[in-house]
Write a protein that binds this ligand. Structure first.
Ligand SMILES: Cc1ncc(COP(=O)(O)O)c(C=O)c1O
Length: 505
């Protein structure tokens, strides 16, 4: 049975929706609300076109979309019918979908999170500052105003101009081959990493790489050695994957392997930042590197080397990568483009030992397809045409100046209270506080005045002896850095008048 009045639509020629879309919505609403029953035969497209005073092709187009989405079906020789929509309980005679109000409170239960989801939510709620806007001295922020937008735009439009339909096929699980070749070349030359393009996996971030590693190498409860203090997002990724984090202290030579062994001799995976320990800045000594490799070889262990900041060393020769000393394939090497350009680019890489290639290929093919090929293609041109090296040189000079300005301003305004840690690399300096002053309290006090200076304690899994603030300098112009240090000095002098003049206790 069919009732044409159910289909009396008021079509509007001036609407921003074309007529076929208005017809589509009109019929769809009539079906969803139950005004037209399932298995109802509709009038012919010609009859409807006449009824609505539109062209037949407009009605045909609407019918085609409704058929493609499963609202209508055409039966050869018999006409077009509404489908039996499943599940029927979604269809309501009064024309509305159920809302919160319709449900008794006992049925308004929240969706249950997994244990892993609950743990992540807890950590996220404790660390909301991770999503704040960049503000001095938030660390790790690149000088976004220097992002080479014009070059990027040109390379992007050139890529799209030469795009063919065959380039829309994404068939390499580890990412766009030419980019992987460029990354391998860059790492061989600048970091002494021993690798071929086959070993390079393009990822969207260091955390993404850690999540992949965790899926392939970590079972729930496995102990993993992790630097303490250390990179928060590495702690989150690994613990979210079920690892039991074993905090390992840092000494003048970096990751303290002896302490790690004492804390848990069963760990088979270690996360380290050897070229610039995050956040303390220690460079892992050669003898410690060799000891770590020896441990990995003897105990069948693996080392995750996060070389997040290798580009930004302002004095002396950069230490080469631990991976370059690894003859037996025990190191998984991570790098990111977030620090050179912007985290918004979301591109980084993981260099695998040859023995793990197949397991990661399986992982990448079955579970994770990686970042957009188009962005990878543009980045590969950027590297190949030398813009990357140019950009790094420019940023190194800019950051070196900003770092010097920050250090000078602290010396001029906070001498006697704050001591700057020795550190020739990275994107922040550590401002050590006088003994006995809580870094968390200082951070909270500064935050009330709009200054963002995370406390070292936030990066610690176990309490640290002395408090310090992480003072990022890369993302802020020199005048802004000086003004913020002056403001910080005023605030601290007012709060701790007796502590000025007692540095280095
Ligand atoms: C130790 C460390 N690794 C890696 C990164 C970069 O991570 P991503 O590539 O996820 O942006 C950072 C950023 O602050 C870092 O501090």
């Amino acid at each position: 049975m069919f009732v044409p009045s159910q289909l009396s639509l008021s079509l509007d020629n001036d609407s921003h929706h074309p007529l076929h879309v208005q017809i589509y919505f009109g019929i769809r609403d009539a079906i969803l609300s139950g005004r037209i029953a399932p298995q109802t035969k509709l009038p012919s497209t010609r009859a409807l076109a006449e009824m609505w005073s539109v062209s037949r092709s407009t009605v045909v187009l609407a019918f085609e979309n409704l058929t493609a989405e499963g609202y209508l079906q055409s039966q050869m020789g018999s006409g077009t019918f509404t489908c039996e929509l499943q599940p029927d309980r979604f269809l309501r005679v009064d024309g509305k979908l159920p809302t919160k109000k319709d449900l008794p409170p006992k049925d308004r239960r929240p969706i249950e999170l997994s244990k892993r989801g609950q743990q992540m939510l807890g950590q996220y709620q404790m660390r909301r500052q991770l999503v704040d806007q960049p503000h001095p001295f938030r660390p790790g922020v690149s000088a976004l105003e220097t992002f080479p937008i014009a070059i990027w735009r040109r390379l992007t439009s050139r890529r799209w101009r030469s795009m063919s339909s065959s380039s829309l096929v994404q068939n390499e699980p580890f990412g766009f081959r030419p980019l992987r070749e460029e990354i391998a070349r860059h790492l061989r030359v600048s970091r002494d990493v021993h690798c071929e393009a086959d070993q390079v996996v393009v990822v969207s971030s260091t955390q993404h790489a850690l999540a992949l590693i965790a899926q392939v190498l970590i079972d729930p409860g496995d102990p993993v050695w992790i630097e303490d203090p250390g990179y928060l997002r590495a702690q989150f990724s690994l613990s979210a994957a079920g690892a039991t984090l074993i905090p390992v202290p840092i000494d003048a030579e970096g990751f303290n392997l002896e302490a790690a062994r004492r804390a848990n001799p069963n760990a088979r995976l270690a996360y380290v930042t050897p070229s610039h320990q995050y956040p303390l800045g220690a460079v892992m000594s050669l003898s410690r590197r060799l000891e770590m490799l020896e441990w990995a070889n003897r105990e069948n262990g693996c080392i995750i080397e996060d070389d997040y900041i290798s580009e930004y060393r302002y004095a002396g020769r950069p230490s080469t990568a631990l991976q370059g000393l690894d003859e037996l394939g025990r190191v998984l090497y991570l790098g990111t483009f977030s620090k050179v350009f912007s985290p918004a680019l979301r591109l980084g890489y993981l260099v695998l030992p040859p023995s793990l290639l197949e397991a990661f290929q399986a992982e990448r093919s079955l579970v994770d397809r990686g970042p957009s090929y188009f962005d990878q293609a543009v980045l590969s041109d950027f590297l190949k045409e030398g813009y990357f090296d140019q950009h790094i040189r420019k940023m190194r000079t800019l950051y070196s100046d900003r770092r010097q300005t920050l250090q000078n301003a602290i010396k001029a305004n906070l001498e006697g209270f704050m001591e700057i840690g020795a550190n020739d690399a990275g994107m922040h300096v550590l401002g050590w506080l006088p003994p006995g002053i809580s870094d968390v309290s200082v951070t909270t006090l500064l935050a009330e005045h709009g200054i963002m200076a995370p406390p070292l304690s936030h990066y610690c899994l176990r309490p640290h002896e002395r408090g310090a603030l992480l003072l990022g300098f890369t993302g802020y112009a020199e005048e802004r850095l000086v003004r913020t240090v002056e403001l910080m000095s005023d605030i601290l002098r007012q709060e701790y008048p007796s502590r000025f003049g007692q540095a280095g206790e």
